[in-house]
Design a protein around this ligand. Structure first.
Ligand code: E4P
Length: 216
């Protein structure tokens, strides 16, 4: 399973990229707005200069023609941009045209297997089931990831599953076991994935033991 970073924060992207474990970045209008800018183009171009893998930029238009127009502009910002489009009727229409133009589409706000199946049929490169938001309303978000992976495998659909709206490290473990191709995580969750108290205790013990024998 590949790890994407789910943020528009440039410092976090720089820090995480140094670790050599990040294969891409996902953004959305909320994440860009959090950086107190409305210059989506500048943010995405800056990210694409740091990250060579897929970088998702979301469209704000709601009608199919306007979505296509906006998607073509966003896709032109860098060769590794994937355009994020919600799974609606207009979104599917736009995706089916854009995928014919070889524009990578990440179908977002996916909350059901049917939506994921339609996204794949429309030619989306990625589908993003939102795990945490389903958990928030008492549904099992990870079950959706498992079900989508199973259906895609059954019909040999090439669309990649991005486990999104990840809230904690256990989500990543379950997504990986379910066969999700990618999990997109916040910087905080990435740090939580790294940390383990026994690793810290082990390092302290090794250093303390070494001090006992090492010359002053
Ligand atoms: C994914 O592409 C989305 O940007 C993101 O995972 C949404 O997460 P949230 O539910 O924490 O806003």
């Amino acid at each position: 399973m590949h790890i994407f970073l789910d943020t528009a924060n440039i410092d976090q992207i720089r820090q995480a990229t140094k670790l050599g474990v990040i294969s891409g970045v996902t953004t959305n209008p909320t994440l860009v707005a959090k950086e107190a800018t409305a210059d989506y183009e500048m943010v995405v171009k800056t990210i694409c200069a740091i990250v060579s893998g897929s970088v998702s930029a979301e469209v704000l238009a709601e009608e199919a023609d306007a979505m296509m127009e906006e998607a073509r502009v966003k896709a032109s910002w860098a060769p590794n941009v994937a355009v994020k489009i919600p799974v609606t009727a207009a979104g599917l229409e736009a995706t089916s045209v854009l995928s014919q133009e070889n524009i990578a589409v990440n179908m977002t706000l996916c909350f059901s297997v049917n939506q994921a199946l339609l996204a794949a049929r429309a030619g989306a490169s990625y589908t993003s089931p939102f795990v945490g938001r389903l958990d928030d309303i008492g549904h099992d978000g990870m079950q959706l990831v498992q079900d989508i992976v199973e259906v895609y495998q059954q019909y040999d659909l090439k669309t990649k599953v991005i486990a999104a709206s990840i809230r904690h490290p256990l989500h990543c473990v379950v997504a990986a076991r379910a066969g999700a191709h990618i999990a997109t995580v916040t910087y905080d969750v990435l740090m939580q994935m790294i940390n383990h108290p026994l690793t810290d205790i082990g390092i302290s013990r090794f250093l303390a033991d070494w001090k006992k024998v090492s010359p002053k």
